[in-house]
Design a protein around this ligand. Structure first.
Ligand code: AIR
Length: 380
């Protein structure tokens, strides 16, 4: 473990994972004078567009583990599916923020739910199912949300099961997995809070965003959320308690549900910046990515200033092709409040996050209608 308290500009930061989240981290780190080594098995991973060095090998390549270790001063990550074994190994010689403890929790929904409920944080009613036979004994009435315990993100490994036919279909498709079965909660909205932790008890929160999803994938994030200040503060306090309990350093996101009776339930914890926090690039003085750099290098972790309202619209799958089709006349290209971010992903997969549009300034209602109009235009 390094004894240096602040890593100076010019140091090299290692990033495990090279998607859009790692890409925005890399841009922030470069702006602050750092170099970034991005490791992602995909040679065309988006973050590699900005990296100083990159590694394309699988995460278990021993030679590359040595090369990476020898060339970076501190390490962060941007994806839950980075093997925790690798992080555990790197932690022996380097600062890794967040570390393997939070990563392992986020990699296994059974461990995550157990952590949340054993610390008395409010969660949805749920049961664990350790093999296909145990589906017979589930006591929670349908409809269910069925989630694989491991390797789930962006709606992967998640199904809504409303009746016995759908349950039979699901059982035909699964092999040797374990699962979390959740009740479908009657919630009024989903929200998320980004927390930055310096690992020494200083926790800073971004205000909550209100999120809408389609097929388990984030579609829009609205900031500020259309919620009473009192509820926003409750969400911030809860998120700080959850991350405080994790006792790790870095950027985290706590996803939550607000029920019809204004109860807040914790849904998931991500030990990394979050897609619902992209707006912090344009709508706050310090982005979640700069905060990730600050927490990693030991710079002060501070409260960001709110600059303006924003609505994020994710561009999913083939919408990226439609948006770049020059025959279409998208209003957003003539709208000075709209900023387009495309991640440079080479292959289009259905519902893959390909980019986002950030609508900025004015009232949230106007921004939402601009986002909705863009979505309509993408469908035509
Ligand atoms: N990501 C990580 N967890 C959830 C998401 N969406 C981001 C990370 C990761 C990328 O999505 O930046 O590298 C993977 O996206 P894809 O489209 O390659 O599956």
């Amino acid at each position: 473990m390094s004894s240096v308290s602040i890593l100076p500009p010019g140091s090299t930061l290692g990033m495990l994972g090279g998607g859009q989240l790692g890409g925005f981290f890399t841009e922030a780190a470069l702006r602050m004078g750092y170099k970034v080594a991005v490791w992602d098995p995909d040679p065309l991973a988006p973050a590699k567009r900005y990296s100083t060095y990159s590694i394309d090998a699988p995460f278990d390549d021993e030679e590359q583990i040595i090369f990476f270790s020898n060339n970076v001063d501190a390490i962060s990550l941007e994806w839950e599916n980075v093997p925790s074994r690798l992080v555990t190994k790197l932690e022996q010689t380097h600062l890794v923020k967040p570390g393997s403890k939070s990563l392992k929790l986020a990699q296994n929904r059974i461990e995550e739910k157990t952590f949340l409920s054993s610390n008395k944080f409010p969660v949805t009613p749920h049961e664990f199912v350790l093999n296909a036979q145990e589906f017979k004994g589930i006591k929670i009435p349908k409809p269910w949300i069925v989630k694989t315990a491991t390797l789930g993100y962006d709606g992967h490994g998640q199904w809504k099961i409303e009746n016995d036919t759908q349950e039979r279909e699901l059982l035909k498709a699964i092999h040797g997995e374990s699962w979390v079965i959740e009740s479908v909660v009657d919630y009024r909205l989903e929200m998320s809070v980004i927390i930055v932790s310096n690992g020494k008890g200083n926790l800073v929160a971004y205000p909550p965003t209100e999120n809408t999803h389609q097929g388990g994938i984030l579609r829009m994030s609205i900031s500020p959320p259309r919620l009473k200040t009192e509820i926003q503060n409750k969400a911030i306090d809860l998120a700080k308690e959850v991350i405080g309990c994790l006792d790790d350093a870095g950027v985290f996101c706590v996803e939550m549900f607000l029920t019809a009776t204004d109860e807040i339930l914790v849904n998931e914890i991500a030990p990394r910046p979050h897609n619902s926090g992209h707006h912090t690039i344009d709508a706050f003085s310090i982005s979640q990515y700069e905060s990730q750099v600050r927490a990693l290098v030991g710079l002060p972790v501070i409260e960001p200033d709110f600059l303006n309202a924003s609505v994020l619209l994710n561009i999913l799958g083939e919408e990226a092709d439609i948006l770049s089709d020059t025959d279409h006349k998208f209003e957003l290209y003539s709208d000075s409040s709209a900023r387009l971010y495309m991640y440079g992903k080479q292959s289009v997969r259905p519902r893959r996050k390909m980019g986002h549009v950030m609508f900025l300034g004015g009232s949230v209602e106007d921004l939402i209608s601009k986002a909705e109009n863009t979505l309509m235009a993408l469908k035509n």
